[in-house]
Ligand binder design. Structure first.
Ligand code: DQA
Length: 142
């Protein structure tokens, strides 16, 4: 099983950005947790982060050409704005799970829209870093 985890803008700042919302664990902690889990489960895992919308589109397209079996994506702020990411996910038509560290339903109105949600099988939010593991497990079992 070959899975791509994609993280959008400012997630490289985890541990520094708004710790009261996202916690004090860093982006490196997140990557290490996912890498350890994947090693254990013998999953071929790639983790990617970018602050740029077009680079995220490129990476989603790459998942198709490199024959990934599924995508876990936290599009961060682009969740709420990006038709380009929605179209990219629809283009590759791979099983995809949307993850948010925080529970966006309990936050500002502008976070209540998710464009990518139209192209994903499941959304996991408010479970912290654990949500990424749950997303991978969902892809493994469905
Ligand atoms: C986020 C929620 C988004 O609204 C926000 O823009 C982020 C992170 C989350 O993981 O909770 O950057 O996707």
């Amino acid at each position: 099983m070959k899975i791509l985890v994609i993280n959008g803008p400012n997630l490289n700042m985890l541990g520094i950005r708004e710790p009261e919302v996202y916690g004090t664990d860093t982006y490196l902690d997140l990557c290490n947790m996912l890498t350890d889990y994947a090693k254990n489960k013998k999953i071929d895992l790639e983790i990617y982060q970018s602050n740029h919308e077009g680079s995220l589109v490129d990476k989603i397209q790459e998942a198709y050409f490199k024959r990934f079996d599924g995508i876990v994506i936290n599009p961060a702020a682009y969740t709420h704005t990006s038709v380009a990411l929605l179209d990219a996910l629809k283009s590759v038509n791979l099983p995809c799970v949307e993850v948010h560290i925080s529970d966006v339903t309990k936050r500002e109105d502008f976070r209540q829209t998710s464009y990518v949600r139209m192209a994903v099988k499941k959304t996991i939010m408010g479970h912290g870093f654990k949500g990424y593991i749950e997303a991978i497990e969902y892809l493994l079992n469905n």
